[in-house]
Design a binder for this molecule. Structure first.
Ligand SMILES: Cc1ncc(COP(=O)(O)O)c(C=O)c1O
Length: 410
């Protein structure tokens, strides 16, 4: 039998085989994604495909590659850790895990961490913790109120918490105890709260739903309502965290402190990780309540420590704030040049979006890709920007030129 190495070299001879990755994916991978670009390498805010074509990457793994691609600090941390110990299980103390938890404790003003592998898992942990709080403090209450247009993950419970019909319909019946109310509407939350409610779950800036920030009054109103009713406030920071909005945690923009906050995406600069942080009021898990085999693995936490340290040392939170303002200004110019196509814009820091008069987001992404620019969408009529925090003004200028040409070509 002839086998093929990852580089395409065959065991039968030295001649490297040129592989048709699109056809092979079609044959071997489940059809969960629609895609045809084969990515090969990256550096900073740039990626190159298998044909050597360069792209300015403003998708950043959908808000994951906060330090851009292959940042030397992250690469070094992974390499050093991999030569010492890769995995030990959560039966033992893992130094990198404690270091990352210490960084997050200091940045969050005293919240303790539990690490998982993804955002959905972090939210599952948050829901379980809130249910335990409800059991102990609110006569067994277990209900979670979340928001319309929200996104919290793809597990069954986080799908039930996600306020978008398109993610829910196929999987009915979903777990009990979840309901959604309109975003930025405090009265709707109050009206939906009953004796079964234990928590309110919200993104301070809705990401997948289209980059909608919560108003300060609303989020502060939710905090006060949770205090008054003895509920847990969970803020999902999976997309908006890690400095993206011009604050390390997006809820700092609204001067609100949650009882539980969840993180993932950018936390380890591209290595899979999730985190569920609890303030003292909600920090009630005991041994046996929750666990994970891989969560908080040494490699993920080593990458996480390096990522958080780099964000702090290189003042990337302030940089995101500054560049976000610049991007907002350049988007306003783009909008005035294409006023019949672009109908609105929103965002905070380097988390921005513009709306289209027609559902043409896919056409714009295709046009931009042809011009060497990667942007993503949030639904059929919204273009979303979640670039690496390390981008420069010249990158924004280049992106705007390419978008200008893409919009003109529609
Ligand atoms: C706000 C938010 N929460 C949760 C998730 C789920 O994260 P993951 O895909 O890592 O499970 C996402 C993913 O896009 C997200 O944007």
């Amino acid at each position: 039998m002839t086998t093929t190495t990852p580089s395409g070299e065959t065991s039968a001879g030295q001649q490297p085989e040129k592989r048709d990755w699109v056809a092979l994916e079609n044959k071997y991978y489940q059809h969960t994604f629609k895609r045809n670009l084969v990515m090969e390498r990256g550096q900073g805010a740039r990626v190159w495909d298998a044909n050597g074509t360069e792209y300015l990457d403003l998708v950043a793994g959908i808000a994951v590659n906060v330090l851009g691609h292959v940042h030397p600090n992250v690469v070094r941390a992974i390499q050093e850790q991999a030569t010492k110990l890769i995995h030990v299980s959560n039966l033992y103390i893992n130094e990198r895990q404690v270091e990352l938890a210490e960084q997050l404790y200091n940045l969050s003003g005293g919240m303790r961490s539990f690490f998982s592998n993804s955002g959905a898992e972090a939210n599952e942990g948050a829901i379980k913790l809130a249910r335990k709080f409800g059991r102990l403090n609110r006569n067994g209450a277990y209900g979670v109120i979340s928001m319309e247009r929200s996104f919290h993950g793809r597990t069954l419970a986080t799908t039930a918490a996600t306020g978008q019909k398109k993610y829910q319909d196929t999987w009915q019946p979903l777990p009990d105890g979840f309901k959604q109310v309109p975003f930025n509407d405090l009265d709707a939350v109050k009206a939906a709260t009953d004796e079964k409610t234990c928590a309110i779950l919200i993104e301070a800036v809705q990401g997948e739903g289209g980059i909608y920030p919560a108003s300060t009054d609303y989020l502060q109103g939710l905090r006060a309502w949770c205090d008054e009713q003895n509920l847990i406030l969970i803020i999902d920071e999976v997309q908006a965290g890690m400095g993206r909005t011009g604050k390390f945690f997006s809820w700092e923009n609204m001067e609100v402190r949650p009882d539980i906050t969840t993180m993932a995406k950018g936390l380890a600069g591209g290595v899979p990780i999730g985190a569920m942080l609890a303030a003292p009021r909600a920090d009630i898990f005991e041994p046996g309540d929750h666990g994970t085999t891989f969560g908080g693995n040494l490699i993920a936490c080593a990458a996480g420590v390096a990522t958080v340290r780099t964000i702090v040392d290189e003042h990337l939170v302030e940089h995101a704030d500054d560049l976000g303002e610049y991007l907002e200004g350049r988007l306003q110019e783009l909008r005035s040049r294409h006023s019949s196509l672009i109908t609105g814009q929103r965002g905070l820091g380097l988390m921005r979006a513009f709306d289209l008069a027609d559902p043409k987001a896919q056409d714009i992404m295709d046009q931009a890709m042809e011009r060497g620019l990667l942007v993503t969408n949030a639904g059929p009529s919204t273009i979303r920007f979640v670039p690496p925090l390390i981008i420069e003004r010249s990158d924004v200028d280049e992106a705007m030129e390419k978008l200008d040409a893409s919009l003109s070509a529609l």
